[in-house]
Design a protein around this ligand. Sequence first.
Ligand SMILES: Nc1ncnc2c1ncn2[C@@H]1O[C@H](COP(=O)(O)OP(=O)(O)O)[C@@H](O)[C@H]1O
Ligand SMILES: [Mg+2]
Length: 229
Amino acid sequence: MWTSEHSGEAPDRRPQAGGHMMSPPRPVRLRATGISKKFGRRQVLSNVNFEVRAGEVAAVIGSNGAGKSTFLNICAGLISPTSGQVEVNGSVGYCPQVGGTFDFLRPSEHFVLFGRGDGLKRGVALARGNEMAALLGWSPDPKVQSRHLSGGTRQKLNVILSTLGGHDILLLDEPYQGFDRGTYTDFWEVIWRLRDSGHTIVVITHMLNAMDKVDQVLDLTPTGNERNR
Ligand SMILES: Nc1ncnc2c1ncn2[C@@H]1O[C@H](COP(=O)(O)OP(=O)(O)O)[C@@H](O)[C@H]1O
Ligand SMILES: [Mg+2]
């Protein structure tokens, strides 16, 4: 029996139904409620509900134009929904589907620029960027500007930049376009590592073979009469 000399409230250690102790639920990091989005007269999202907790990986899937990027942008706070609410508990790192890197900057300069933006010291930003690059099987050439990188390598850079700040929530929009098979595997290793340390990761993907690895799937493919919208 648990006893305490303190006068404060004792933690509730009563056994839960079933006789065993339940670990406390992980905190909700991101909750989207009733999200709808119209661009002009075009209804892109209709009443989307989504909740993801600390230490979870969620995949967002759906056909081209289903509104996946729009949804992620709304979660990132980059655009507003027409209706609905987004609740974010924690800091957010975001990896856009296109862009996100600069032609005339070297990878190391990206690490410093983005790292500084995340409040890291220069040396820490460089070290962390190179460490993440190594996890993705990449050793950035200090002399090469990003415009000379292959599409896949440039996408690695894009992903790395979103992870530099060690944010609670990582939003990744089709992050592994152009990755070869080995990098794809390395990428998921990085994601599991982040998840195991309590981070929340939301990944937009087309690749259904990743589905069995994730904690939940949000399918934005329009159904029924939504299809002709
Ligand atoms: N800023 C915008 N203005 C008007 N239409 C947009 C805008 N952004 C996206 N759309 C339209 O919304 C739909 C969903 O786009 P998007 O979210 O990029 O889809 P997905 O990422 O699932 O391919 C598309 O038809 C696209 O053309
Ligand atoms: Mg998209």
